[in-house]
Design a protein around this ligand. Structure first.
Ligand SMILES: *[C@@H]1O[C@H](CO)[C@@H](O)[C@H](O)[C@H]1NC(C)=O
Ligand SMILES: *[C@@H]1O[C@H](CO)[C@@H](O)[C@H](O)[C@H]1NC(C)=O
Ligand SMILES: *[C@@H]1O[C@H](CO)[C@@H](O)[C@H](O)[C@H]1NC(C)=O
Ligand SMILES: *[C@@H]1O[C@H](CO)[C@@H](O)[C@H](O)[C@H]1NC(C)=O
Ligand SMILES: *[C@@H]1O[C@H](CO)[C@@H](O)[C@H](O)[C@H]1NC(C)=O
Ligand SMILES: *[C@@H]1O[C@H](CO)[C@@H](O)[C@H](O)[C@H]1NC(C)=O
Ligand SMILES: *[C@@H]1O[C@H](CO)[C@@H](O)[C@H](O)[C@H]1NC(C)=O
Ligand SMILES: *[C@@H]1O[C@H](CO)[C@@H](O)[C@H](O)[C@H]1NC(C)=O
Ligand SMILES: *[C@@H]1O[C@H](CO)[C@@H](O)[C@H](O)[C@H]1NC(C)=O
Ligand SMILES: *[C@@H]1O[C@H](CO)[C@@H](O)[C@H](O)[C@H]1NC(C)=O
Ligand SMILES: *[C@@H]1O[C@H](CO)[C@@H](O)[C@H](O)[C@H]1NC(C)=O
Ligand SMILES: *[C@@H]1O[C@H](CO)[C@@H](O)[C@H](O)[C@H]1NC(C)=O
Length: 506
């Protein structure tokens, strides 16, 4: 972080605020604010400061309109964003803003991009050049991310053979289009691409099936002076490694640091980061710049995932980065950029790792802050999305007056497409007793289908109510209004309209 290089008169007051420990938000926004205003300085200082951005994913049944999200970013002084594909409505909303962008290419395109320079050229032509040209307001695209965590172990060898070829072709297409000096090609590396069996960072290495690809990738990155992108996931590490404590994960003080020969690790971020550093060294690239493209803490859908732990994690992370001390293996080289996972919750993310995958947001799906990290000096809270349009205040619940002994099957069915991740063990609705959990499932399905009457049928067991069934932390949501734009805008909305129609007529 570059806080110390700011010497304006507003600084002392802001720093004083940091002493109040409820002010995570101050910390985050302070950091974001500073980076937006000292853009040029931070480039010079790249070796010692970390700038902060957010991941903006759109795997949602009812995504917030792009213009509202851009407004949300601006009102919270977020200056960097990572996108997962070149959605024109998103890029158009970013036109003319100062927000810097990592633009992603989906994994599904990797095989074609590997085998054809022409395909790469048309991707660059259609999805990039027009946002960089002088004839219209520009989008500040700085990186093209080839693939979305293509090395995830769950994908097996599905994408690995195509990654470097695809990156090489995109690079060649950038050069041909004369924009290679503006835009760099990078590849996002998943948290499970590197590991250490003993848990010791000094024994870190890339997964054996990736070793060859990593050598090629790093040679490519090094040739073009591009950074290495990786997820760092203390939350996954906590779930997978019995030796890791919650204290270590949340940057809390611990009397049991992990000892790696003479080095003591007192937080899980340093541990993972240095495991990656060792892995990079072991294939011959000890000095490569690192961008942490995804780091966060979920708030629902698993044990240890709630707003309070997430807030603690974020505070710890920012305090740590602000020290600029780096990690034991890279004392003077902290990551050059760090992107929070994530801006918003996404109810369509794959839950094969767990329900928590849908709850990484610092904001809920509808742009409301989950905890009070302050991104501005004046207010002590995040600024929520404004003028959000919801469906009617209606919910679907199970009808107690019927024989509901068979309702569970309907609920399971509903959950196979709707979002029931809050019912997962440790989730915010896990404590709902039957049939409350059935109602939760029914409502989730009903909202996902834009409250169409037939989507609250469930063989006569469903009942529409105007009384909010939410209890304690378990929120029965009302979805966003998207259907008007849906027909014109998105294939996913169209899909739901078709699906509703199909269900209706069957
Ligand atoms: C990637 O593209 C190259 C060049 O066209 C080709 O030789 C290679 O077989 C492709 N890789 C795979 C795994 O298909
Ligand atoms: C532009 O990007 C979108 C989304 O990533 C993709 O579907 C489309 O095929 C791309 N266009 C070209 C010409 O590759
Ligand atoms: C979710 O991820 C798993 C593992 O990667 C995969 O097998 C499954 O097909 C994915 N589900 C969907 C709906 O994409
Ligand atoms: C946990 O710690 C023990 C003892 O230090 C070590 O032998 C083991 O390999 C560690 N396990 C993991 C998964 O790190
Ligand atoms: C531990 O560190 C010492 C000196 O720093 C070094 O000589 C020794 O080889 C290291 N041991 C291991 C197992 O890495
Ligand atoms: C990985 O590649 C490096 C460099 O080529 C090599 O030194 C190392 O032994 C390889 N590791 C494995 C597990 O294959
Ligand atoms: C959040 O999680 C922590 C750690 O599991 C737990 O101690 C705490 O009680 C939880 N808070 C709430 C409000 O559930
Ligand atoms: C998000 O959606 C895209 C396209 O529908 C899919 O390829 C991708 O795997 C999804 N990502 C997650 C994390 O679920
Ligand atoms: C964002 O930063 C600007 C100047 O850097 C500041 O004036 C403004 O108050 C900040 N916005 C918020 C919402 O805090
Ligand atoms: C519940 O399901 C069983 C088996 O399908 C069926 O025989 C029974 O009639 C159902 N009960 C009600 C109340 O629908
Ligand atoms: C659920 O109930 C258990 C036991 O009563 C309690 O420990 C836990 O905190 C509750 N979880 C939530 C999310 O309220
Ligand atoms: C609802 O709770 C009952 C028992 O409390 C459980 O058997 C059932 O699987 C739950 N259903 C869902 C959809 O979570």
């Amino acid at each position: 972080m570059s806080i110390s290089i700011i010497s304006t008169k507003t600084m002392p007051k802001s720093m004083a605020l940091l002493h109040h420990h409820q002010n995570y938000a101050v910390t985050l926004l302070l950091i974001l604010t500073i980076f937006s205003s000292i853009d040029k300085i931070s480039k010079v200082e790249a070796k010692t400061s970390t700038s902060i951005g957010v991941n903006w994913g759109r795997n949602s049944s009812h995504p917030l309109p792009p213009s509202k999200v851009v407004q949300l970013l601006k009102s919270n002084n977020v200056t960097k964003v990572r996108l997962f594909n070149a959605d024109p409505s998103v890029l158009e909303a970013l036109q003319g803003s100062k927000i810097e962008v990592i633009l992603g290419i989906p994994n599904s395109m990797l095989p074609k991009l590997n085998s054809s320079l022409k395909v790469a050229q048309s991707w660059v032509h259609d999805n990039l050049t027009r946002y960089l040209s002088d004839s219209s307001p520009k989008v500040r695209i700085q990186y093209i991310a080839v693939g979305d965590n293509p090395f995830l172990q769950a994908y097996g060898a599905h994408y690995i053979p195509f990654v470097v070829g695809a990156a090489t072709n995109i690079q060649a297409a950038l050069t041909k289009a004369n924009i290679a000096s503006q835009v760099k090609v990078v590849v996002p590396c998943s948290y499970d691409a590197f590991q250490s069996e003993s848990g010791l960072p000094s024994k870190g290495h890339f997964r054996a099936d990736l070793n060859k690809t990593m050598v090629q990738l790093l040679a490519f990155l090094s040739k073009h002076n591009s950074p290495f992108l990786s997820t760092i996931s203390p939350f996954h590490l906590l779930r997978q490694n019995k030796n890791i404590s919650l204290h270590l994960s949340l940057f809390r003080e611990t009397h049991h640091p992990l000892k790696d020969n003479h080095t003591h690790y007192d937080n899980s971020f340093d541990l993972s980061y240095d495991t990656l550093v060792t892995a990079l060294s072991s294939v011959g690239f000890p000095e490569t710049d690192i961008i942490v493209d995804q780091i966060g803490w979920p708030t629902d859908g698993a044990v240890n995932a709630n707003s309070s732990t997430a807030e603690t994690f974020m505070k710890g992370l920012f305090t740590h980065l602000r020290k600029k001390s780096g990690t034991p293996l890279r004392p003077h080289k902290p990551p050059i950029e760090v992107y929070i996972l994530s801006l918003l919750d996404e109810d369509q993310r794959n839950t094969s790792d767990g329900g928590f995958e849908r709850h990484w947001g610092i904001f809920t799906f509808d742009g409301q802050a989950k905890y009070h990290i302050d991104l501005g000096q004046s207010s002590k809270t995040l600024v929520n999305a404004q003028n959000v349009e919801y469906l009617s205040a209606k919910w679907c619940v199970v009808n107690d007056n019927k024989d509901i002994s068979n309702a569970s099957a309907s609920a399971l069915d509903a959950c196979s497409s709707a979002d029931c991740s809050s019912l997962s063990p440790g989730g915010s609705c896990y404590n709902l007793t039957w049939p409350g959990n059935i109602s939760y499932a029914f409502n989730s399905y009903y909202q996902q289908h834009d409250q169409s009457p037939d989507s609250c049928d469930f063989g006569g067991l469903g009942l529409v109510t105007t009384v909010d069934p939410s209890v304690d932390n378990c929120r029965f949501s009302v979805q966003l209004q998207t259907s008007f734009g849906g027909f014109l805008l998105g294939p996913s909305s169209l899909y739901f309209i078709l699906l509703s129609a199909t269900i209706f007529y069957v």
